[in-house]
Ligand binder design. Structure first.
Ligand SMILES: *Cc1c(COP(=O)(O)O)cnc(C)c1O
Length: 401
């Protein structure tokens, strides 16, 4: 039970984001309804123009999801059956679905223990004669270390498809993610930093040939209506989603900088917290903190304690790709990616979104401290902890009277 003196901190609060922009969004949706242009059309073209400018890249193409973006990007790069694509064992599974949809085989690499993004030093050992592409994932909003990845790709003539589905607006050495590799992929799933009112995604590239292939294949493979040059898909973006995204894109940098401010507060408050490991941020990059992730060896108990304090948390992700039954066919075993495996049992995502208040951030940090201190001062057994919680509840009751 959450007592009345406690705060409630949801994991994500999309309602709070809507407040100030709701009228603008409704107007934009009304314009799509008036124009009756529900699939592609002017609002999608406008979004493509604005999003390309935002990413400082020539082409942006609206598609139906981040997964569709990754699938189309791989197809545009010519990836198909018999090919291998290198990515990380620590990602959302859609990164790998796209490889499988293209008919290729995901080859997994472990992550860097500090940043939890793909470890470039481990990539060369995974390259074979069949390797055609690398998909670095800008996990949690932090750019993967792109320079060494690009160097390996150039050396072996591999395409680089950036999975920027969690990193809209993040920068690597000053450059926006998505614009560094050959082609970049974004998701606008509602909970992402830039979220639609349903499913949506985008592919960005500087390469006119890749852009043309994506443009054709997202729309039934037709460059001209009812003339199908390539295998096609129905992967088009909705007009209404583009209308919503057009309004939200104007606020993205402000929202991202608020996320960064909250992350810096968490960092400062939790730096010395016993038994807690923060996610290291490389100094050459600017993360957009899609998630704020810490690691604790008492993760599940910490999570339960935070829930008792009214704080919602998440786990991204509890099961690595190579331990998913759907990917048993890849033939990996437990222990193949030890850093990823350890992360999966220790990591915890704390509440993170622009509209968090400083008071909420310090309340969360304080609750984390409280639990971690009990764990490391020999007072961590359940009975002592329960006694303390009871004690506080008694005080709360007294206080309410
Ligand atoms: C969200 C996400 C995707 C998939 O995006 P959808 O729009 O849900 O299809 C792919 N990769 C990563 C890393 C993601 O976080």
């Amino acid at each position: 039970m959450v007592s009345s003196t406690q705060m409630t901190v949801p994991f994500l609060d999309l309602g709070a984001q809507l407040g100030a922009i709701e009228a603008d969004i409704k107007q934009a949706i009304d314009r799509v309804i008036a124009a009756q242009s529900f699939v592609l059309g002017p609002s999608v073209e406008q979004f493509e123009e604005h999003f390309a400018a935002y990413c400082a890249i020539r082409y942006a193409l609206g598609v139906s999801s981040g997964t569709a973006a990754l699938h189309l990007a791989l197809l545009a790069c010519g990836i198909g059956p018999g090919d291998e694509v290198i990515t990380t064992a620590h990602t959302f599974i859609a990164t790998c679905w796209a490889i499988t949809y293209a008919g290729a085989r995901p080859v997994l690499v472990d992550v860097d223990p500090e940043t939890l993004t793909i470890d470039p030093q481990r990539i060369p050992a995974a390259v074979t004669a069949r390797t055609r592409a690398i998909i670095p994932v800008h996990l949690y909003g932090q750019p993967a270390d792109m320079d060494p990845i690009m160097a390996i790709a150039r050396q072996h003539r591999l395409a680089v498809v950036e999975d920027a589905c969690q990193a809209h607006g993040a920068r690597y050495k000053g450059r926006r993610v998505g614009s560094i590799g050959d082609i970049g992929c974004f998701s606008f799933y509602p909970g992402k930093n830039l979220g639609a009112f349903g499913e949506a995604g985008a592919v960005v590239t500087d390469d006119a040939t890749l852009a043309a292939a994506v443009r054709t294949q997202r729309n039934h493979g037709q460059a001209q209506r009812y003339h199908h040059d390539l295998l096609g898909f129905n992967y088009r973006m909705d007009g209404i989603q583009a209308a919503v995204l057009n309004v939200k894109l104007r606020h993205l940098d402000r929202w991202n900088s608020r996320r960064r401010a909250h992350a810096h507060t968490y960092d400062a408050l939790l730096a010395a917290c016993p038994g807690l490991r923060l996610t290291h941020q490389r100094g050459d990059s600017e993360s957009v903190y899609h998630l704020y992730v810490v690691r604790s060896h008492r993760r599940d108990a910490l999570r339960a304690y935070l829930a008792e304090q009214g704080i919602d948390t998440g786990i991204h992700y509890p099961v690595p790709i190579h331990r998913q039954p759907a990917y048993a066919e890849l033939g990996y075993a437990a222990g193949d990616f030890p850093i990823t495996e350890e992360a999966c049992v220790t990591l915890l995502s704390l509440p993170m979104y622009a509209e968090l208040t400083p008071l909420q951030v310090s309340y969360v940090a304080q609750a984390v401290w409280q639990f971690q201190t009990w764990q490391t001062t020999g007072q961590g057994d359940r009975a002592t902890r329960d006694a303390r919680v009871d004690d506080r509840e008694r005080q709360n009751r007294l206080w309410r009277v």
